[in-house]
Design a protein around this ligand. Structure first.
Ligand SMILES: Cc1cc2nc3c(=O)[nH]c(=O)nc-3n(C[C@H](O)[C@H](O)[C@H](O)COP(=O)(O)OP(=O)(O)OC[C@H]3O[C@@H](n4cnc5c(N)ncnc54)[C@H](O)[C@@H]3O)c2cc1C
Length: 404
């Protein structure tokens, strides 16, 4: 363990010898949702296998997650407290919600739905078309209401809460924060299936039977570049696009522009999510309308279009913020009395995996010789459900290899 690393449930096991009593030692690089879900399913899958098999080939795994930041489940929430009221503005500035289209993921999330930590968001969705004249209100038309059959789920009270809950439920896993894993190198002997990992300061992080990399694909590319990873060429296949996110806040509902204030006398329909047309903006989400979010001060998150964001990805963030703010002013039609008091902007350089029907999903990339797996949402559709599906594929790959 490095001097700066914090341990969530204990220390990483040192690089000493083989895995004891056949318990596979598994390193997961990255404590985002893919990493957390992989650890969760490994704990369930490999431990289950131990109970099921009369002569098990695997016993309970020892898992270590190495995360370079200070927290797990990178799902992003930003908040700011108003000193006068002690209330918060809050923005889910990454994923706003997720779907569960597969039966297995639907089953998996059920306990958190039962506890209320995850909740469906039955949002009123509108289409918002800007007026030609900047001073005029936009045209707002009802599009649909999200329902519980094809539900969009959110985590409460924050989007980060689910990741924390997943981490808290891990019992065979150590999470080492503030530990950046250095690029892997080719083992000295091809037959040596144990990989010694190092942090970027050169300190050993231990020896592992399996290494699972869940970093975003541009980072995975660097991590595996000099390792002779058999699937290296595949990592760069998915195309990624940027996303700028604008976060706005108002001091109270009285200060909201009419476009956002369904209680106003206007003909504006009540809405929670807007798809924006003819604008750099893509979608607008009203945070304080989400379930279990009504205590918030009025907070609005706006994702810019991916193609617009990609075209402006290297621009100065202040310039981008000013352009997006102008577009938001036009979309939400505020004046000097109803302008937001809180304004922030975030650049996601690699936000969206470009999906098209012709391209087959990669699936997790398995190098059986070295016992390395490269995984992540970008190996599938680039969303939260993909994190789960790729975690399940990883467990399947390891289980199959152990039982050979
Ligand atoms: C703007 C935006 C909007 C989105 N909207 C939606 C949505 O509406 N619905 C939906 O389902 N999904 C959405 N997503 C996608 C969703 O957020 C991702 O699918 C999910 O967060 C990916 O998780 P992950 O664990 O695969 O990757 P990450 O969250 O990127 O986790 C990878 C982790 O690896 C760590 N790491 C990297 N390199 C190292 C290293 N060398 N050593 C140690 N740690 C390392 C990183 O710090 C990071 O924590 C959105 C994403 C963005 C950015």
């Amino acid at each position: 363990m490095t001097e700066h690393s914090l341990s969530h449930t204990g220390n990483a096991t040192p690089f000493t010898a083989n895995s004891d009593h056949g318990a596979p030692k598994i390193a997961i690089v990255g404590g985002g949702l893919t990493g957390l879900l992989t650890a969760t399913l490994l704990e369930r899958g490999l431990s289950q296998q131990k109970q099921d098999n009369a002569a098990p080939k695997a016993s309970s795994p020892q898992i270590t997650i190495f995360e370079k930041s200070r927290s797990v489940g990178r799902l992003a929430t930003r908040y700011h407290t108003d000193k006068n009221t002690n209330k918060n503005w809050q923005w889910a500035f990454g994923a706003q919600f997720f779907t569960a289209k597969s039966d297995s993921f639907s089953q998996f999330i059920k306990p958190w739905l039962d506890s209320g930590l995850l909740q469906p968001w039955c949002a009123e969705v509108v289409e918002l078309t800007l007026a030609n004249d900047n001073k005029q209100a936009p045209d707002i038309n009802k599009k649909e209401q999200w329902d519980t059959t094809h539900a969009r789920y959110i985590s409460t009270p924050k989007m980060t809460s689910w990741g924390r809950a997943l981490a808290d439920n891990l019992c065979l896993t150590t999470v080492q924060f503030k530990t950046r894993v250095a690029p892997l190198s080719e083992p000295k002997a091809v037959t040596d299936k144990k990989t010694e990992l190092f942090d970027t300061n050169g300190a050993s992080l231990g020896g592992f039977d399996w290494v699972i990399c869940t970093a975003p694909n541009n980072q995975a590319l660097e991590l595996m570049a000099d390792s002779n990873f058999t699937e290296q060429a595949q990592i760069s296949q998915p195309q990624m696009q940027a996303c700028y996110t604008l976060m706005l806040g108002w001091d109270g509902v009285q200060q909201l522009p009419e476009t956002l204030n369904s209680k106003a006398k206007s003909a504006t329909p009540a809405w929670d999510v807007a798809y924006v047309h003819d604008s750099p903006l893509d979608r607008i989400f009203i945070e304080h309308h989400k379930p279990a979010h009504s205590d918030l001060l009025p907070s609005v998150t706006i994702h810019a279009r991916n193609d617009w964001s990609q075209a402006h990805v290297d621009n100065d963030i202040e310039t981008v913020q000013a352009e997006l703010l102008q577009a938001a002013k036009q979309a939400l039609n505020w004046d000097s009395n109803t302008a937001p008091s809180q304004i922030d902007c975030h650049r996601w350089r690699y936000a969206a995996t470009v999906t098209n029907t012709e391209r087959k999903e990669l699936g997790v990339l398995v190098d059986e010789t070295h016992q390395w797996i490269v995984s992540g949402d970008w190996c599938a559709q680039g969303n939260i459900e993909s994190c789960y599906l790729m975690a399940a594929e990883t467990v399947q790959a390891i289980t199959t290899a152990i039982n050979k």
